[in-house]
Design a protein around this ligand. Structure first.
Ligand code: ADP
Ligand code: MG
Length: 734
């Protein structure tokens, strides 16, 4: 007996080749096939008499084949199949290109249903390349109705899927409802069986939409349930409460006053949210999202100081050695500066004891001199250093590990080295992950799990702060980072220079090259970004290697050109970046691997080849690599595309310097698939397609919150729990 659990191998007439293809899509049972959804429909529901068909319409007709034959056109050397179809109102010609096998299937006198566009040809109207099917005992599924279209991945055609799913549709009745009844009622959804029936073979467009809405909701809802469950689990851990008492507050104020600039409002608000989180005994899990240059590091430093002042350790992990080194330098600068001003502070008091309203320089004995207590260290694969008593010193790795273990290091900065098992902290209370999208989920988890501290007999985990410069629209953040709290730095520090962005027409390439040369003569440096490593004729995109050779041998033979691409080993990449940072390279040609938040103040020109190939948010991130120092910076966008749409899209980059705006625009113009991070997120299709549907996402979030609030272990909802298990297994959030 056929059931939802029947393995595909046991289904009638599926050969081993197709079994293999289905397996690759994660489809193992008849039920899985039913949950493989179409992504759009062809509206072939306009069934007409032949005599009523008009030019330009997409119609369906039903008739008898009077004649059918294959012809080879002499001029264009194409195989044409021509057929003459008759119904009781008239006759029409149908033609197909390069499908000679059709005559084996469609024979004279057969009754057929055809759906396609009516075009005008020399001898009258004809149907051009129509979808077709023979009319027999079975219901028609490819023509004459609203027809589902599936993604043609793994060589599975829509037609094939339709034919195999159709006979299984009757199994939809057996699917047990897993959504709580209340939700179905509130959201006015189809029940699951009806939704499955209608998404594959909808009665009409409306029903298809209603089904899609329900099933998209399901995916989003399951993701939210999963995320909230993760959040609950995380919150069951204990963390050290970091009290923001007067003393700590004073130190933080002093630190802020020691900075050569004012904090932005966004920085203040985010810092405050973090401080509030740190005060709880539940561990923080917060994502700090902010455009390149919005000053995330400083927010991190403020939280670091808060924790250090309470006597606990902190750690910051970066995806590359260069970034780690950069952070270490920044920490030395900021904390060093602060420690020098930190020994004494001017205090104004209106105390009762001494009635004079006086200000005096008072040694702050109760607060220990920061330079003696705050020790910052750097640990990467190739380096170990410490900064204490206002000096940077080299130290052996073993010594450093010992100092970390006995608590002498307050703030450890490093790369993946930090999650190696050898690093043991005495009392780590805050972990920070920079550019978190560059780390896998398991790596992020590891920074916490292997550093459990024992405190007061309780196992505690450190508070976790993740940072990313990827501007993610809120709907997406809510979906893929639904387990995190979110802080957004949506404001740039004052006085940031505007990067002059220009769309360079191919004819002006020489001028741009001249300009670049002038910049380099002035001592500046240049990035050139190429979209792909290997030449691809079709996409007309220059490969980085070719571009590198071209610049090196033809355009700028006298300059130092460097090359960076994803196929290089991490160490090689680091070396090239270091050379660029040390100004030993004038022009760095790179694929998109450059993305990370590297700070090279001397670089003033960002050239992006094939700019039309990138999303706006990503272009914006590239652009953010320049304009970091005091020199006016430039971003040149090259494209061979002449499309008006592309031009408009790229012009948005000239107008806006806000990464979030640009990401939202990308979402609207190009859809979610092109957003940074979406492809890797493992989102299922419908959820992905719904990322611009804020209402649906909000609904899913709210309903999920309701359920988790009421019954976080889903004890009352066993079918939902079971569905969730299958769902997470299928899309494994890695
Ligand atoms: P990102 O958010 O990309 O990580 P950074 O934290 O590296 O940005 O900050 C970029 C630069 O801006 C640093 O040199 C930092 O010192 C500086 N900066 C941070 N906050 C401010 C501010 N409020 N005003 C001026 N400059 C700031
Ligand atoms: Mg950064």
């Amino acid at each position: 007996m056929l059931s939802l659990n029947t393995p595909i191998e046991k289904l009638p007439q599926i050969g081993p080749v197709y079994i293999q293809k289905l397996r690759k899509l994660g489809i193992r049972t008849a039920g899985d096939l039913l949950f493989h959804f179409p992504f759009r429909y062809d509206d072939f529901s306009d069934v007409k008499k032949i005599s009523d068909a008009e030019v330009g319409e997409i119609v369906s007709i039903v008739g008898k084949i009077i004649d059918i034959r294959n012809i080879r056109t002499r001029k264009k050397r194409m195989n044409l199949t021509e057929a003459l179809i008759k119904d009781d109102s008239g006759m029409i010609k149908a033609i197909w290109f390069n499908q000679p096998f059709l005559t084996r299937n469609l024979r004279i006198n057969a009754n057929v249903s055809l759906s396609g566009k009516v075009v005008y040809a020399q001898e009258g109207l004809q149907l051009s390349n129509p979808a077709y099917e023979l009319i027999g005992k079975k219901q028609i599924i490819h023509t004459g109705r609203f027809v589902p279209v599936y993604h043609e991945t793994e060589g599975l055609s829509s037609k094939w899927l339709r034919a195999y799913i159709k006979p299984l549709i009757k199994l939809a009745n057996e699917i047990e409802e897993y959504l709580p009844y209340e939700i179905i009622k509130r959201q006015k959804f189809f029940g699951i069986s009806e939704a499955i029936r209608q998404i594959h073979f909808p009665a009409d467009e409306n029903k298809a939409e209603t089904a899609k809405r329900r099933l998209a909701f399901d995916e989003l809802f399951l993701i939210q349930i999963y995320m909230l469950t993760q959040k609950k689990k995380w919150q069951k851990n204990n963390a050290v409460k970091i009290k923001f008492n007067e003393e700590v507050k004073k130190e933080v104020k002093k630190f802020i006053n020691s900075l050569p600039f004012k904090l932005t409002n966004a920085q203040k608000i985010s810092s405050w949210s973090i401080i509030k989180d740190l005060e709880k005994s539940q561990p923080m899990n917060r994502l700090l999202e902010g455009d390149v240059g919005s000053g995330k590091t400083l927010v991190a430093f403020i939280s670091v100081l808060t924790v250090i002042k309470s006597g606990y350790q902190t750690a910051l992990m970066s995806p590359t050695e260069i970034l780690a080194r950069q952070h270490f330098g920044e920490a030395v600068k900021r904390f060093g500066n602060y420690s020098k001003t930190g020994v004494h502070s001017l205090e104004c008091k209106n105390s009762n004891l001494d009635k004079t309203n006086s200000c005096r320089l008072k040694p702050e004995l109760q607060i220990i001199d920061i330079s003696k207590t705050t020790t910052v260290a750097l640990l990467t694969r190739s380096e170990s250093k410490i900064y204490e008593s206002n000096k940077i010193k080299k130290i052996s790795k073993n010594k450093l590990l010992e100092k970390i273990k006995n608590g002498e290091i307050n703030f450890l900065i490093g790369t993946h080295s930090l999650i190696q098992e050898k690093v043991i902290f005495k009392n780590l209370a805050l972990s920070i992950v920079d550019e978190q999208h560059r780390f896998g989920i398991d790596q992020r988890a590891k920074i916490n799990s292997n550093v459990l501290n024992i405190k007061d007999g309780l196992k505690t985990v450190p508070h976790l702060l993740s940072m990313t410069a990827t501007p993610i629209p809120r709907t997406l953040a809510l979906t893929i980072y639904g387990d995190l709290d979110l802080s957004i730095l949506d404001e740039m520090p004052k006085g940031r220079q505007k990067i002059i962005t220009k769309l360079v027409a191919p004819a002006n390439r020489e001028l741009a090259y001249q300009f670049i040369h002038d910049q380099i003569k002035k001592g500046r440096q240049v990035f050139v970004i190429c979209p792909l490593i290997e030449e691809s004729d079709i996409l007309e995109v220059k490969s980085a290697t070719e571009e590198y050779e071209k610049l090196r041998t033809k355009i700028y033979p006298a300059l130092n050109i460097g090359l960076l691409h994803g196929k290089m080993k991490p160490k090689e990449k680091e070396e090239v970046m270091q050379k660029f940072s040390d100004q030993k390279i004038d022009i760095l040609v790179s694929t998109s691997v450059i993305e990370v938040g590297i700070d090279i103040q001397n670089a003033t020109v960002m050239v992006i080849e094939g700019a039309d190939r990138f999303g706006l948010a990503q272009l914006h991130q590239f652009r953010g690599r320049v304009g970091r120092g005091k020199h006016q910076s430039f971003c040149f966008l090259f494209t061979d595309s002449t499309s008006v749409k592309t031009n408009q899209r790229l012009k948005a980059l000239i107008k806006s310097s806000n990464g979030f705006d640009l990401a939202e625009q990308d979402l609207k113009i190009r859809g979610p698939g092109e957003l940074v991070g979406v492809r890797q997120s493992g989102l299922p299709d419908l959820a992905m397609a719904s990322l611009s549907d804020f209402d649906l996402i909000k609904n899913a979030r709210q309903e999920a919150e309701g359920i988790i609030e009421e019954d976080s272990e889903l004890k009352k909802y066993p079918r939902l729990a079971e569905k969730l298990k299958m769902f997470t297994k299928k899309i494994h959030f890695e």
